[in-house]
Design a protein around this ligand. Sequence first.
Ligand code: PLP
Length: 460
Amino acid sequence: MTESLYRGRTTRDWQAADAAHFLHPFTDFKALAARGARIVTRGEGIYLWDSEGQRIFDAMSGLWCVNVGYRQQPLIDAATRQMQELPFYNAFFQTSTPPAIELAELLAELAPPQFQHVFFAGSGSESNDTIVRMVRRYWALMGQPQRQVIISRWNGYHGSTMAGASLGGMPGMHEQGGLPIPGIVHIHQPHWWEHGRRLGLSREQFGLQAAQWLEDKILEVGPENVAAFIGEPVQGAGGVIVPPESYWPEIQRICDRYGILLVSDEVITGFGRTGQWFGCERFGTRPDLITFAKGVTSGYVPLGGVMVGQRVAQVLIEKGGEFTHGYTYSGHPVACAVGVANLRLIRELKLVERVRDETGPYMAELYRQLQEHPLVGEVQSCGLMGALTLVRDKGTNEPFAPEIDIAMVCRGHCFGNGLIMRAVGDRMIVAPPLVVTRAQLDEMAALIQRCLDLTLADAT
Ligand code: PLP
């Protein structure tokens, strides 16, 4: 284990400079300045260390991305070699670079067979912006330029750019900046605990009902005006909402019926998180487009993109002429070299199979045990994504009053006890690195149990 690079300054120094100059994403700037940021200095495997030397169990894989864990030498070597050889060249003007070609080839090998082409971007948000332009371009080339509308879901998350935040269904984001942009409409999410339970439906009945909301919206907008439906196989930032098994097959049927493109936003669910390479394989859909980012490089360097299925690719290639869209960093050679090393490592370590057969089912078992806790009303998991819903009364599943912000209380205890979990509404969620072992999952469950106990003590 190496010494931290950052020994010259104290935590207070870092915090003061941070507060003076750094505006953080999704942050109340003033509140953070008053409190002081946690300064994270080092990572190894599934653990992080902060500037106070505290070891932290990173049960969120950074931000759902560090799939292979921290400090993996093959990724570090790939970045170093590529930086030395060719740190940057673009993919505009009929040029290409070996790492971008290799990554495109490898993605085509790993993705479902209808995907033979990829368009690279720098992030998940840029990838979803690409989706909006690409599907509208597709329909224009198909002689149906009026097909402009994209349907997505409330409480979905598709990024933070104008199009990404518009596709997303986060009211707090729409309130700032006059969103959504025109041509994007939303339907309710397949969240059984929130909607189906209250409607008195079983999970499977509710899955069909939630899919029906798509058909209703299509008929309301007019099928001839709808370009695409986009959704995350499992909503991540919305609180790890695992849909009923009946949901996605029905969505597929509806998209097929009206000829609407299906877009699977796999920024979180891609590259093994659900126990398959892509979440669409776990839920049995055949999307026309897949957005990815995060896990493609395990977050070591920024990279995103769109896998373009043959239905769309053939039209863009054969009829499209120039697609007037792209980014300076589309196909960045260092990012792509790290992507290749990362995906090869996932394959070599058999992480996808491990999540499917071993760690995913084991985490589900640990979560079933956590359901016994007096604060926990419901548990959900899918592969290595998990959620606990906190309730005031386990008998009636009555929630806590919103002003108590129970999940934030719990998150505070996680913070103090060396565990990173995320709070969303009244849910506590995890998505540990795919390299996590059974013993480490035991450690995670014990930490969660302790934090729940401390939260319960506060709440009673
Ligand atoms: N799509 C999904 C499903 C995401 O979870 C995220 C980020 O969390 C994004 C898109 C946006 O990705 P980025 O933050 O890389 O722009």
